[in-house]
Write a protein that binds this ligand. Structure first.
Ligand code: SF4
Length: 372
C-alpha cells in the first residue's frame, strides 16, 4: 500500500523528516517519493501495518487522525515563501491557515479526495503552473496594491483571457466556499466548471466580494529552485536540490534532517519533487551543497535529471503499461534528446504530471519521444 504524507506548503521539520524515514524503514519498502504537490509518499506498506504507521505520523503532527479530514490538506504554496526577495506577498502563513480551515470547516465531508488548492506569492519558484481545483496567485495592481488572481479547475497560467482578482483577505472564505461546493456536488472543480460554466461558478463563489479583472495573466515563471537561489537576507541563501525521479531513501532523508539542523535552516518540499533549504548562511553554502549531492539530492541546476519526471509505473501501479523509471533513465542516457521538461506516464491518468510535455506509454509499453 501507499501512504501519502500531506505537507501544506511543503513545510516539514527535521523531526518530521525522521518520522517519515522511520515509518518507511519499519513498515514500508524503503522508498520515499517526493510528489508534484510537495508531499511525501511512503511505498510498500503491508495492510496490517497501516494503522501503526499512520499512528506514528499522527503522533508527529504529520497527519490528521481522521483520514477523510487529512485528505483536505492538499494546499500547495511557493516553497520559498517568506525567504524570497522577489515575492509580492509572503503567503506561508496563509497556506497553513487555509489547510487548517479545510480540515475544520463544516460541510466538507463529501470533498473529492484529490481536491487541491494552489496559492502563489508572486515570486520566483512560482507554483502558478501547478494543476488545482482552486488556483490563486498574488499580483500587483497598476495602483501598486496586491490582489490575488483566482482561477477554477485549472492552473492560473492556463488562462489566456481575463482573470478575476480578489483581495488577499478573501482567500480563505473563497477557498472554503469552493470546497463546500465541490463537497456538496461530489465533483472536482473542473467537472463543475464544465457543467455549470466558469463565469457563473465564479460569480456564485465570490458573492459580496469586490472583484477586479486583470486583462492578461502574469507570464509563467516556473523554474524549480535548484542550487543557490537568492534569499531575502544578503548573508543567507536558499539551496534547492532534488533526487532522480523524486525517489529517495530513509538514510538520505535522515542526512537531510541532520543537514537542516546543522545549518540552522528550515526545509520545505517543492512541487518539482525536490527540497529547498531556506536561510543557509553563505559561509555554509559549499558544504551544504556537497552534503546534498552526497545523499543523491542533485543541487546542480544544469543536471538533466531535473528535466525528467515519471509516475511510479510498473514498479507500483497495476494500471501501468510501462516501466517508467527505466524509460526515464534511458532518456537521460540518450544524448541530445532532452530539450525541456518531460513527464512519462504509464497510462492516460497522468498522475503527478506537472511538466509542459507529458508522454503516455503506448500499448506495448514504449514511449514515443520524437526528435529533439
Ligand atoms: S499515471 Fe497510470 S500508470 Fe501511472 S501511477 Fe497513475 S494510474 Fe498508475
Amino acid at each position: 500500500m501507499l501512504m501519502r504524507v500531506r505537507l501544506p506548503g511543503g513545510a516539514i521539520t527535521p523531526a518530521g523528516i525522521r518520522a517519515v524515514a522511520e515509518v518507511a524503514e519499519r513498515f514500508g519498502s524503503g522508498t520515499v517519493e517526493l510528489t508534484a504537490r510537495a508531499n511525501l509518499q511512503i511505498r510498500g506498506l503491508r495492510p496490517s501495518d497501516v494503522r501503526a504507521a499512520a499512528a506514528h505520523l499522527v503522533g508527529h503532527g504529520l497527519a490528521d487522525a481522521d483520514p477523510a479530514r487529512d485528505a483536505r490538506r492538499d494546499v500547495v504554496g511557493p516553497p520559498l515563501a517568506g525567504h524570497d526577495p522577489t515575492e509580492l506577498a509572503d503567503i506561508g502563513a496563509l497556506v497553513t491557515d487555509v489547510a487548517r480551515h479545510q480540515v475544520a470547516a463544516p460541510g466538507l465531508e463529501g470533498l473529492p479526495p484529490k481536491f487541491c488548492v494552489v496559492i502563489d506569492g508572486g515570486g520566483v519558484a512560482s507554483v502558478r503552473g501547478v494543476p488545482a481545483d482552486v488556483a490563486m496567485g498574488a499580483v500587483r495592481t497598476v495602483e501598486g496594491g496586491i490582489v490575488v488572481q483566482l482561477e477554477l479547475g485549472r492552473p492560473l497560467d492556463d488562462n489566456d483571457g481575463s482573470v478575476a482578482c480578489i483581495p488577499l483577505a478573501e482567500v480563505e472564505p473563497v477557498v472554503v466556499a469552493a470546497a463546500r461546493r465541490c463537497a456538496q456536488q461530489g465533483e472536482r472543480m473542473a467537472e463543475l466548471v464544465e457543467r455549470i460554466g466558469r463565469a457563473e461558478l465564479l460569480g456564485s463563489l465570490t458573492t459580496g466580494i469586490a472583484i477586479r479583472w486583470a486583462s492578461a495573466p502574469r507570464p509563467r515563471v516556473a523554474d524549480a529552485p535548484i542550487g543557490a537561489v537568492a534569499h531575502a537576507r544578503a548573508d543567507q541563501v536558499n539551496l534547492g536540490a532534488a533526487p532522480l525521479l523524486g525517489r529517495t531513501s530513509p538514510a538520505a532523508l535522515r542526512s537531510v534532517a541532520a543537514l537542516v539542523e546543522v545549518t540552522n535552516a528550515r526545509v520545505r518540499c517543492t512541487p518539482w519533487r525536490g527540497i529547498v533549504l531556506l536561510g543557509v548562511a553563505r559561509a555554509d553554502q559549499a558544504t551544504a551543497i556537497a552534503a546534498l549531492a552526497r545523499v543523491g539530492f542533485s543541487p546542480d541546476p544544469a543536471d538533466p535529471t531535473h528535466l525528467v519526471s515519471a509516475c511510479v509505473g510498473l514498479l507500483g501501479c497495476a494500471s501501468s503499461r510501462a516501466d517508467t523509471g527505466r524509460a526515464a533513465r534511458a532518456l537521460l542516457d540518450a544524448p541530445g534528446v532532452l530539450t525541456g521538461r518531460i513527464h512519462l506516464s504509464g497510462c492516460e491518468k497522468r498522475c503527478g504530471a506537472n511538466a509542459e510535455r507529458v508522454v503516455v506509454a503506448a500499448d506495448d509499453g514504449t514511449f514515443e519521444i520524437g526528435a529533439p
